[in-house]
Design a protein around this ligand. Structure first.
Ligand SMILES: [Zn+2]
Length: 303
């Protein structure tokens, strides 16, 4: 993309010098002073990938500036993926993977993303079901790469909304409120214009910005883990094919350090309740503990 960039981007405002980058680097170092996040020790048998993409704006010709309807005929360059950052759960901040159209050919960047997704069992993102994964799949189709191997998804925006309580559900607001960190400040739209025109400083900031978002996802996922009600069952990933799972295992983190805690009751059944001492997830057994004789006498309403 940097080779084919449109000249109309070049003349437009760009960040002026590298001082902005140093400012952001300093801010990253300052992050050490943040609240210490307690990362949980999760089972490595479930391969968790944190993922965030950034996209280029649509370049279009318009007749005005206010409240415009832009028809597809006015689009000169459609929006497309300009970079991504990704991180495996067991890795640290320095291991964040980043690729962009500035560093690689677009198709190579997408192929790299395709293999990462194929390797993952679970992909964690923020609004990724509607945005990131949808955009990525569109590019896979265009490049004829086929779908990656199946993976589960946790969209943290949906989890944050479901648990509720925030005045804004934006990643920046939620992360800051919880003391996980903040997104990298940037000049906003001029940063994107700088990147599209191939400006080195802009790309340095974009990389920091994009990487920080993946890092925030890790903090947020760990914090919300016991609140995630539809999580891939880690117990299933723990055992090799044909191997017996001999202990009650937490669905969300894979720990066997679970304690019995009362009885879970549905309309017609009773199950043993458990709580994971490692991550705090509430669990229940799947085998009824209701005696056979009682089952016969439990009725249910006719509907
Ligand atoms: Zn757990």
């Amino acid at each position: 993309m940097n080779k084919k960039r449109n000249d109309s981007y070049i003349e437009i405002i760009k960040p002026e010098n590298d001082s902005l980058v140093f400012k952001h680097l300093k801010k990253l170092l300052d992050h050490k002073k943040r609240k210490k996040i307690k990362y949980r020790k999760l089972s490595s048998s479930l391969k968790i990938l944190y993922l965030d993409i950034e996209t280029s704006p649509i370049l279009s010709l318009t007749w005005g500036t206010y409240n415009q309807y832009i028809s597809p005929a006015q689009i000169i360059h459609p929006s497309s993926i300009m970079c991504f950052s990704a991180l495996w759960d067991h890795e640290t901040k320095k291991d964040i993977m980043f690729d962009s159209i500035h560093e690689s050919k677009f198709s190579d960047m997408m192929k790299r993303l395709h293999s990462l997704l194929s390797e993952a069992d679970l992909v964690v993102h923020y609004n990724g079901k509607k945005f990131d994964i949808a955009r990525i799949n569109r590019e896979f189709i265009k490049l004829n790469l086929g779908p990656p191997d199946r993976y589960a998804q946790i969209d943290l925006l949906q989890i944050v909304k479901a648990v509720g309580g925030f005045d804004s559900n934006k990643l920046e607001y939620v992360s800051q409120t919880l003391g996980i960190g903040s997104k990298i400040e940037n000049a906003g739209f001029p940063l994107w214009i700088g990147c599209m025109s191939g400006d080195e400083t802009s790309w340095k900031i974009m990389k920091l910005y994009n990487e920080e978002d993946s890092w925030l996802l890790k903090g947020l996922y760990h914090m919300y883990l016991p609140w995630i009600r539809v999580h891939p069952n880690v117990a299933i990933y723990e055992a090799a094919e044909g191997e017996t799972i001999s202990l009650p295992t937490c669905t969300n983190c894979g720990s066997t350090d679970v304690i019995k805690k009362g009885v879970a009751k549905t309309k017609t059944q009773m199950y043993q309740r458990y709580k994971c001492k490692c991550c705090g997830t509430h669990l229940r057994g799947r085998k009824t503990i209701l005696p056979k004789e009682s089952r016969k006498n439990i009725l249910t309403q006719e509907v």
